[in-house]
Design a protein around this ligand. Structure first.
Ligand code: MN
Length: 212
């Protein structure tokens, strides 16, 4: 997609995210997505999920448990394990914790209509520190727009930074960047080589067929 069109899409997506929340966007008589409100937060061992979402545009929804909800970003190109690659991460509406277990189809015409795969999941640790080396707690780091987390996933491990852009025409968007540690690997490209569900081993096509 040309950069300018992409920008328009981005601004549109952000505008929508601001106006309506998760429940307002969905008709739970039609979609099988969870309504939320039943799962307890686990601040000591927060979870993350990356859902591959074949909607109008294929993208990867990156979600982190922060403050009892899943803070969410849409990453069009998916995460990279190469520290020199920055991936655009467009903030989207908070999702309920239950959403981390959702794999299936969202009916056509519904918000986000298409197929959702649990591409990777696991727990994570907050590793963000201030200039003096003192830990900054997770909700605070989120508010500052500088998250540094250590993922314990199947496909993704190690440090990742999520940085909110504070100026320029991409202001308000975030960048997802692999931190340079033992788990960094410029030769890997899990988005193109590890394409199946981490929970069921299914491809997007399998899910679309089985969950109609
Ligand atoms: Mn999505």
């Amino acid at each position: 997609m040309p950069a300018d069109l992409y920008l328009v899409d981005t601004i549109k997506a952000r505008g929508m995210a601001e106006k309506k929340d998760y429940n307002q966007k969905r008709d739970f008589n039609i979609t099988k997505e969870p309504k939320g409100g039943t799962m307890k937060a686990n601040p000591n061992k927060p979870s993350f999920v990356i859902q591959k979402h074949d909607a109008t545009n294929l993208h990867y929804d990156f979600r982190l448990e922060i403050d009892g909800t899943l803070k969410s970003w849409s990453v069009p190109k998916g995460p990279s394990t190469n520290p020199s690659i920055k991936r655009m991460a467009i903030p989207t509406e908070d999702h309920p914790l239950e959403y981390a277990n959702f794999e299936g189809t969202i009916p056509k015409g519904q918000y986000g209509g298409g197929t959702v795969m649990i591409w990777d999941n696991g727990t994570f640790r907050n590793i963000k520190k201030d200039d003096k080396g003192e830990p900054i707690d997770l909700p605070e780091a989120y508010k500052m727009g500088t998250l540094e987390i250590w993922l314990e996933g199947e496909k993704l491990k190690g440090g990742f930074a999520l940085i909110k852009m504070k100026s320029g025409n991409m202001k308000g968007n975030w960048l997802l960047i692999k931190m340079d540690d033992d788990e960094a690997d410029a030769r890997r490209n899990p988005v193109s080589t590890q394409t199946k569900s981490v929970t069921t081993g299914r491809s997007l096509e399998d899910i679309a067929k089985e969950e109609e």
